[in-house]
Ligand binder design. Structure first.
Ligand SMILES: NC(=O)c1ccc[n+]([C@@H]2O[C@H](COP(=O)([O-])OP(=O)(O)OC[C@H]3O[C@@H](n4cnc5c(N)ncnc54)[C@H](OP(=O)(O)O)[C@@H]3O)[C@@H](O)[C@H]2O)c1
Length: 374
C-alpha cells in the first residue's frame, strides 16, 4: 500500500474521513510493500499525500491522532515472515489502540497478486475473525481480464472470505453525480412515467477523456478501453439508468435490481456491426502536437490495444425492448466528458416544422416510426 492509487486517493480519503469525524479514534493504518521503510517513513509519505490531495483542510490534531496509528511492514507477498510480522503488528494495535480485532485489507496492489495476497492472509490466520469482530477485503480493479479469469479469482477469494466480506471497489460509483442518478430517477415523479421504450429512443453513455495514457503503459497496454472502462464503469452506469426501483437504497436491494437488468442485456449477435474499436494516432490537440498510442513510452509497436471502444447493447425486458444502449469510451478525444444522454423520441408533430404538402397521405405516428436513428 504505497503505490500511485494509495497516494492519490486512498491515503487522502482516510484523512478526509478522520477529519470529518467518521473514523473511530483508534483507527490504525498498516502499510505493506517491498520498500525498506520504517513506520515514520510511511507516515511521512501519507502526510505528503494528504497535504497534496486531501479535500478537507489540514488539521494538525487530526493528523497526529492518525499518525500515531501508522505502521509499516516491509516484505514481499511471498514472504511468510513478513505476514507473521503483519499479524503481530495488527494484534499489537488491537491491544494498544483498541481496534478490537476488526481488520479491512485493502488490496491496492498489482492485480496479478490478488490471489497470492488473499491466500497469504488465510495462511497466516489474518482472515479468520474471532467472535465479535469482522474482516473485510477490498479488491481493486481489474477483477480478472475475462469471464474465466474473473470466475477463477472469485473462487480463490471466496475460499478465504464470505461474499459479504468482499468489496470489489469501483471508485467511479462514489462520484456524487453517479449517486445523484438514483435521486434523479427515483425521487422525482416527472421521469418515471416516460423512462421506458414508449418514450425513449435510445440511450448514450459516454466517458470521453482528452488525455492519452500518460505514464501508465504498463497498466494499460493489453487491457484497453473496453476492459478498463466499459465492462465496469459504463455497465454500472447502464444498470443504474435502466434498472427498476430498488426496494431500499441499501447494497442488497441495489444489487438485486442491477443484476436483473444486467441479466436482461443481450450481446449483439453480429459483434462486427455493433462494436467499434480504435487507437489514437498522432495529431494536434488544441495547439499541442500529441503522440499516437504506438509512440507512447513503453508501448509495443505492434500493440492492438484499443484506446477507443463502443458497443450497442439491447436490454430484453418489458421496459426497454427495442431501445439501443450505446456505450462508448476513449482516450485523446476532443473533450473530457462523462455523460448519460437519454434521447427521447421525436414529438409526433412539431409546430415549428413547415406544414406538409396537402397531397401527402396522413401517416400514423407510432413509436417505431418516430424513432431517430443514432
Ligand atoms: N492508479 C490508479 O489510478 C488506479 C485506478 C483504478 C484502479 N487501480 C488499481 O489499484 C491497484 C493499485 O494500483 P497502483 O496504480 O497504486 O499500483 P502501483 O503504483 O504499481 O502500486 C502497487 C503496490 O503494490 C506493491 N507491490 C508490488 N509488488 C509487490 C510484491 N511483490 N510484494 C509486496 N508489495 C508489492 C508496491 O510497492 P513496492 O514496489 O514497494 O513493493 C505498491 O505499494 C491495481 O490493482 C490497479 O489496477 C489503480
Amino acid at each position: 500500500m504505497t503505490g500511485d492509487l494509495s497516494r492519490k486517493k486512498l491515503m487522502p480519503a482516510v484523512y478526509d474521513l478522520a477529519n470529518r469525524g467518521l473514523l473511530p479514534p483508534g483507527f490504525s493504518l498498516v502499510g505493506f510493500a517491498r520498500r525498506d521503510w520504517e513506520d515514520q517513513d510511511f507516515a511521512q509519505v501519507v502526510h505528503d499525500a494528504v497535504r497534496e490531495h486531501a479535500r478537507t483542510p489540514f488539521r494538525e490534531e487530526v493528523w497526529q491522532q492518525l499518525a500515531e496509528g501508522m505502521r509499516f511492514i516491509p516484505g514481499d507477498f511471498d514472504d511468510d515472515t513478513a505476514f507473521e510480522q503483519l499479524r503481530s503488528a495488527v494484534e499489537e494495535l488491537d491491544a494498544s489502540r483498541g481496534t478490537s480485532g476488526n481488520y479491512a485489507f485493502y488490496l491496492s496492489v498489482p492485480p496479478k497478486f490478488f490471489p497470492k495476497v488473499v491466500q497469504q492472509l488465510k495462511k497466516h490466520k489474518l482472515a479468520d475473525a474471532p467472535e465479535g469482530s469482522w474482516r473485510r477485503a477490498v479488491i481493486e480493479k481489474p477483477f480478472g481480464h475475462d469471464l474465466r479469469s474473473a470466475e477463477d479469482l472469485n473462487a480463490i477469494v471466496h475460499e478465504v472470505f464470505d461474499p459479504e466480506q468482499v468489496f470489489r471497489i469501483d471508485h467511479y460509483l462514489g462520484k456524487e453525480t453517479v449517486q445523484n442518478l438514483l435521486a434523479l430517477r427515483f425521487a422525482n415523479q416527472m421521469f418515471e412515467p416516460i423512462w421506458n421504450r414508449s418514450y425513449v429512443d435510445h440511450v448514450q453513455i459516454t466517458m470521453a477523456e482528452d488525455i492519452g495514457i500518460g505514464g501508465r503503459a504498463g497498466y494499460y497496454d493489453g487491457i484497453g478501453a473496453a476492459r478498463d472502462v466499459i465492462q465496469n464503469h459504463l455497465l454500472q452506469l447502464m444498470a443504474l439508468t435502466a434498472m427498476e426501483e430498488p426496494a431500499a437504497f441499501d447494497a442488497p436491494s441495489l444489487l438485486t435490481e442491477k443484476l436483473k437488468v444486467l441479466k436482461a442485456v443481450r450481446l449483439p449477435q453480429d459483434l462486427g456491426r455493433n462494436t467499434v474499436r480504435g487507437q489514437y494516432a498522432a495529431a494536434w490537440q488544441g495547439g499541442t502536437k500529441v503522440r499516437g498510442y504506438l509512440e507512447e513510452d513503453g508501448i509495443d509497436q505492434a500493440s492492438t490495444t484499443d484506446t477507443y471502444a463502443a458497443i450497442r447493447l439491447q436490454v430484453d425486458n418489458r421496459r426497454w425492448a427495442g431501445v439501443p444502449f450505446y456505450l462508448r469510451t476513449g482516450k485523446r478525444l476532443g473533450r473530457r466528458v462523462t455523460e448519460i444522454a437519454v434521447v427521447f423520441q421525436r414529438a409526433p408533430h412539431s409546430p415549428s416544422t413547415p406544414p406538409r404538402p396537402r397531397s401527402w397521405a396522413p401517416t400514423r405516428s407510432s413509436s417505431a416510426s418516430s424513432r431517430t436513428r443514432a
